[in-house]
Design a protein around this ligand. Structure first.
Ligand code: NAD
Length: 504
C-alpha cells in the first residue's frame, strides 16, 4: 500500500497573500498599529509579518516595548471601575455587538488569518464563527454570574457568596487560532467586568489587531481592551511582574506555560493555562470503519495538524488494524497541500519552521526505529514550512512521536490487543488534554470514559468543541477551563459576606 497521489500546490502562490490583503476594503486591518489606551499607536520599531506558505513579508506591525506595557496596565487599571460598574446586561450588549461585527467582517478576518497563519480559508472562516460564538456565550454568562446564599450555621445571620471581577487580566495567545483564542479569553474577562491586555503571538498580530478594531467599534471603552505586539519575553516580563495584573491566561506550549506559572508566583496571580496535548485516539475492532476513519481524519488534520486537540497517537485494535490503515491512507490521498488561499487546499503550511522541523525529526526517528511510512516522501519543492501529510504505521511506544506532541500533519498508528493495555498506554503521558474513543460497545465506552485521564473525551466523535464546553486539560496540559459556565470564573474572585446580629 503506498499513497502516490497526494496533490500539491507549488510556490506559484508567491504574491497571493499580498494580493488578497491589498483587496481588503478595511485598510485599517493591515495598518499594524498597536492599540493602547484607546489609541492606535505607530511605534518607530517594526516587526514584519510573513506569509508562512511562501516566506514573503506581507505587512509590518508596530513593535511595543516594556514601557508600553506599563502604559497599558495603567490605562487598564483606570478603566476598571467604570467597566465593572456597568450592568452585566450592558456589558453583554457590547459583547454581542462585537460578535455581530466579527460576523459582518468574517471574510476579511478570515483572509487575515490565512495570510499570516496559513490555514485553509474555509477553516479560517470557521474560526471567525467559532471565535464570535464565545462573545455571545460570555455575554449571557456575565448575566448569570449569580453567587450563592448559604444556609447559615449561625443564629441570626445571612451568608452570601458574591462573584466579583478580579481586576486587570492579561491574555497571552498563540498563533494556531489567532482570533478564537483571543475572544475565548477576552470574552470571559470582559463579561466578568475585567479589562484585558492581549499579547498575541508575533507570527499572527494582524488578526488580533483587526479584532480589537471591531471591539472598539462595538463600544468597548478606552483601556478596557488593549493589544500590544512585540517580543514575547520582553512584553510578558512586566505583565508578570506587575501586581496590578491580577489574572493571566495563556495558551501555548507546556514549556512556556510552566515558565509563566513560575513567574506569576511572585505576585500570586490567578493563572489559567491551556497547554499542549498528546491526544490518544483509540479504535476498537467493533467500530463502523467509515465513520471512524472520517473522525480520525478530522481529529488529525484539522488546522493542518497544528491543534492541541490533534490525535497524536492513533491506537487501532489488531482485528481492524490493516483495514483501518487502508481506509485511512485512501482518505489521506484526497488531502490537497497548498496555500491556504487556494480554494482547493486542505493542508496549509506550518506557521513556524520550528514546527515543521519537529515533524521531520519525529518522522525520521520513527522510521529509524522501524515504523513503516505509508505515504509519499517529503516534497521539498513546496517550501520548507510545508509538511506532506504522512502516515506512519507500526509505531511503537519508544518512538518520539508516541511520547511528544507533533503539532503537524503526521499520523502515527499503533496496534493494540486489549482494552486494559490500550488504556494504560493512553494514560502513560504527562499530557491530559483530549482523548477520543471509537467503539460500538456501550459498556466499554462508559468504562473508558471514566478511567481515561484526560480533560475532554470524545466518544465516537472528533467534533466536540464550542462555547458551551469546559475546554481544558488534566496533568501538564493546563490549569483552569475556558468556555462554558466555568470559563468566566477564571476572571472572578469569590467574596464571602456574613451579615450578623439579624435576630432582633
Ligand atoms: P510557544 O509556547 O513558544 O508560543 C505560544 C505563545 O507563547 C506565543 O504567543 C508566544 O509568543 C508566547 N511565548 C513564547 N515564549 C514566551 C515566553 N518566554 N514568555 C512569554 N510568552 C512566550 O509555542 P510555539 O513554540 O510557538 O509552538 C510549539 C508548541 O507549542 C507546539 O508544538 C504545541 O505543543 C504548543 N502550542 C500549543 C497551542 C495550544 O493550542 N495549546 C498553541 C500553540 C502552540
Amino acid at each position: 500500500m503506498h499513497v502516490q497521489n497526494i496533490r500539491h500546490r507549488n510556490l506559484c502562490s508567491v504574491g497571493l497573500a499580498k494580493k488578497f490583503l491589498q483587496g481588503l476594503q478595511r485598510r485599517d486591518f493591515v495598518a499594524g498599529c498597536a492599540f493602547i489606551d484607546g489609541n492606535w499607536i505607530a511605534t518607530a520599531q517594526k516587526d514584519v509579518v510573513v506569509d508562512p506558505a511562501t516566506g514573503e513579508e506581507i505587512a509590518e506591525v508596530s513593535r511595543c516595548s516594556a514601557a508600553d506595557i506599563n502604559l497599558a496596565i495603567t490605562a487598564a487599571e483606570h478603566s476598571f471601575p467604570a467597566w465593572r460598574g456597568l450592568l452585566p446586561v450592558e456589558r453583554g450588549a457590547i459583547l454581542r455587538c462585537w460578535a455581530k461585527l466579527m460576523r459582518q467582517h468574517s471574510e476579511e478576518l478570515a483572509i487575515l488569518v490565512t495570510s499570516e497563519q496559513g490555514k485553509p480559508l474555509e477553516e479560517a472562516r470557521y474560526e471567525i464563527a467559532y471565535g464570535a460564538g464565545f462573545l455571545d456565550w460570555f455575554a449571557a454568562e456575565g448575566e448569570r454570574a449569580y453567587g450563592e446564599t448559604i444556609p447559615s450555621h449561625k443564629v441570626g445571620s445571612l451568608l452570601q457568596v458574591r462573584m466579583q471581577p478580579i481586576g486587570v487580566a492579561a491574555a497571552i495567545t498563540p498563533w494556531n487560532f489567532p482570533v478564537a483564542m483571543i475572544t475565548r479569553k477576552a470574552g470571559a474577562a470582559l463579561a466578568a467586568g475585567c479589562p484585558v491586555i492581549v499579547k498575541p503571538a508575533p507570527e499572527t498580530p494582524l488578526s488580533a489587531l483587526a479584532v480589537a478594531r471591531l471591539a472598539e467599534e462595538a463600544g468597548i471603552p478606552r483601556g478596557v481592551i488593549q493589544v500590544l505586539v512585540g517580543d514575547p519575553i520582553e512584553l510578558s516580563a512586566p505583565l508578570l511582574r506587575d501586581s496590578r495584573v491580577r489574572a493571566l491566561s495563556f495558551t501555548g506550549s507546556t514549556q512556556v506555560g510552566r515558565l509563566l506559572l513560575e513567574r506569576s508566583a511572585e505576585t500570586v496571580k490567578k493563572v489559567s493555562l491551556e497547554l499542549g496535548g498528546h491526544a490518544p485516539l483509540i479504535v476498537f475492532d467493533d467500530v463502523d470503519l467509515q465513520k471512524t476513519v472520517a473522525g480520525a481524519m478530522a481529529a488529525k488534520f484539522a488546522t493542518s495538524g497544528q491543534d492541541c486537540l490533534a490525535a497524536n497517537r492513533i491506537y487501532v485494535q489488531r482485528g481492524v488494524y490493516s483495514a483501518f490503515l487502508d481506509a485511512f491512507a485512501a482518505s489521506m490521498a484526497r488531502l490537497k497541500v497548498g496555500h491556504g488561499l487556494e480554494p482547493s487546499t486542505s493542508i496549509g503550511p506550518m506557521t513556524k519552521l520550528s514546527v515543521a522541523n519537529k515533524c521531520r525529526v519525529q518522522i525520521e526517528d520513527a522510521i529509524a526505529k522501524g515504523a513503516r511510512q505509508i505515504s509519499e516522501k517529503e516534497n521539498l519543492s513546496l517550501g520548507q514550512n510545508f509538511v506532506v501529510p504522512t502516515l506512519l504505521a507500526d509505531v511503537t511506544d519508544d518512538m518520539l512521536i508516541a511520547r511528544e506532541e507533533t503539532f503537524g500533519p503526521v499520523a502515527a498508528v499503533l496496534p493494540f490487543d486489549s482494552e486494559d493495555e490500550v488504556l494504560a498506554r493512553a494514560n502513560a503521558s504527562e499530557m491530559g488534554l483530549a482523548a477520543y474513543i471509537y467503539t460500538e460497545n456501550l459498556r466499554r465506552a462508559i468504562r473508558l470514559s471514566e478511567r481515561i485521564e484526560y480533560g475532554m473525551v470524545g466518544i465516537n466523535t472528533a467534533s466536540f468543541t464550542g462555547p458551551p464546553i469546559p475546554f481544558g486539560g488534566w496533568k501538564q496540559s493546563g490549569l483552569g477551563r475556558e468556555g462554558s459556565r466555568h470559563g468566566i470564573q477564571e476572571y472572578m474572585e469569590l467574596k464571602y459576606v456574613c451579615f450578623g446580629d439579624l435576630a432582633t
